[in-house]
Design a protein around this ligand. Structure first.
Ligand SMILES: [Zn+2]
Ligand SMILES: [Zn+2]
Length: 204
């Protein structure tokens, strides 16, 4: 068995909404990344994660595990998907430039082995994870817990990783049409007056 600190706590399953193997996989990725970068769970805005997932493939549940483990959340704008359609993620911390970033990708052999579990027969028949009997889900989840990191992940440091976090600003103005506040970066001008994107009819 792997160290228990790599298992998601109950609240992470609650946050995620159902029991599936991908959330715990993302949780482990996140924990390993924190260890590699020698940082604690992110409290503020310094750890950025770039999951290489896209849309329309259910395995993206792993991103919820990453958020639970690392504190790099979508709400804090610390998660940005690359839409490469891969089960991988790059972790980058602004204070550890010399370490660059670290990328974790699920190994194909691991995915093939996991794909043989009954859980995926249900999924392929269109059964949602919350409707799958818990003993079926727990069987694959417990198997994932037992696998070692080497079998699960390709792990690669990226020393020349470049990323500049967008600069935060509190500046805002009221849209001259709807009266709602708009933060600076998103203000547009129409006839010399500030307007929001929805009122302007412009694209982003
Ligand atoms: Zn899930
Ligand atoms: Zn407006």
């Amino acid at each position: 068995m792997q160290s228990k600190k790599l298992y998601p706590p109950d609240w992470a399953f609650e946050f995620h909404g159902h029991r599936c193997p991908f959330m715990p996989i993302g949780y482990r990725m996140g924990k390993l990344a924190l260890e590699y970068l020698e940082i604690d769970r992110e409290k503020d805005h310094s750890l950025f994660v770039f999951p290489e997932a896209g849309i329309g493939h259910p395995q993206i549940c792993f991103i919820d595990g990453i958020q639970a483990a690392t504190g790099a959340t979508y709400g804090k704008s610390l998660i940005e998907k690359t839409f490469y359609g891969k089960l991988a993620a790059v972790f980058y911390h602004v204070r550890f430039l010399e370490k660059g970033a670290i990328r974790y990708a699920l190994k194909s052999d691991f995915m093939d082995a996991m794909g043989k579990f009954e859980f995926f027969n249900y999924r392929k028949r269109g059964v949602e994870p919350s409707q799958i009997p818990q003993k079926v889900s727990d069987k694959v989840i417990n198997w994932v817990y037992e696998q070692n990191d080497d079998f699960m992940f390709n792990i690669k440091p990226i020393y020349d990783f470049k990323f500049s976090p967008p600069r935060g600003s509190f500046n805002k103005a009221k849209c001259s049409l709807c009266g709602e506040y708009v933060f600076e970066r998103y203000l547009r001008t129409e006839d010399g007056k500030p307007v929001c994107i929805s009122c302007s009819g412009y694209g982003k």
